[in-house]
Write a new protein. Structure first.
Length: 272
């Protein structure tokens, strides 16, 4: 059975007191243990819980950024014909891309995580937060769930179309420029491995395709391909993607015969 130790009540009390004292001592801060104070402010407004740094650019512009978030939520909801978006979400505004690393593992200017109802965006003197783009991801994936890989182009295209601004150019102008300069990516590559394609091309090309689909066909069709994958495209829309592309490009050439004078150096450098 083994030995059983017996303690007197007095000894037990001493052990309890000593144990408590040890816990208190261990909790005292150590000047050399590299702990540092990280202060934030938080406020819930309607269905959004906002977190901002305690000071700096984002803090000083928090009212403007909060307003932009609610305007983006309204705009995005109307774009994809949602009557209203009432999910409780968290929007965490960070001071730098570096501050993204411990939260997301990488350094984008914005990132959406629907599984935790959270959006992270960076706002500082040098970074304009992609609020519309990332909020569109959060809203659409909370409503429609994350699409299968073959519909990733729809997800990123939808976010890009929502933002619809890259160095001052919209997705229609950018697609027209890519068409003229023979820089469009094949739909096979977009649907098979979207995230391995050059971002600047894949995102904006998809952005205009999404714009065309939303303006000319129903949101129900878009949602069905989003959920079912690209293999459902012909079944849902009644024609092949190649037929859509031919019509889309003819309409765009008619609407925009002159090629936008996009400077590749400026465009590629400033559009992130």
């Amino acid at each position: 059975m083994g030995n059983v130790l017996k303690f007197s009540p007095f000894l037990s009390l001493l052990l309890i007191i000593n144990g408590c004292n040890e816990s208190i001592v261990n909790e005292q801060p150590n000047e050399n243990d590299e702990w540092k104070k990280v202060s934030q402010i938080e406020k819930q407004i309607d269905n959004v819980i906002f977190t901002f740094p305690e000071n700096g650019f984002a803090h000083d512009n928090k009212e403007k950024l909060v307003s932009e978030c609610f305007e983006a939520m309204k705009y995005n909801s109307e774009l994809i014909e949602f009557e209203e978006f009432n999910d409780t979400i968290f929007i965490r505004v960070l001071p730098s891309r570096k501050a993204m690393i411990p939260l997301t593992g990488h350094t984008p200017s914005g990132s959406a995580y629907p599984h935790i109802n959270t959006l992270y965006v960076v706002a500082n003197d040098n970074t304009r937060p992609p609020i519309k783009h990332e909020l569109m991801h959060l809203i659409s994936m909370l409503e429609w769930n994350q699409p299968p890989p073959s519909s990733n182009w729809m997800n990123e295209g939808l976010g890009t179309f929502a933002e619809n601004n890259c160095s001052g150019w919209n997705v229609a102008q950018i697609y027209r420029y890519f068409l003229e300069t023979d820089q469009l990516i094949s739909i096979d590559l977009l649907t098979e491995d979207f995230y391995k394609q050059p971002e600047i091309f894949a995102y904006h090309q998809s952005g205009y395709i999404v714009e065309y689909l939303l303006k000319n066909y129903s949101i129900e069709q878009f949602e069905r391909v989003w959920k079912g994958g690209f293999g459902k495209f012909k079944e849902v829309y009644g024609f092949t993607f190649e037929q859509l592309k031919a019509k889309l490009e003819k309409d765009l050439l008619d609407k925009m015969p002159k090629v936008p004078e996009i400077d590749p150096q400026t465009f590629y450098k400033n559009c992130e």
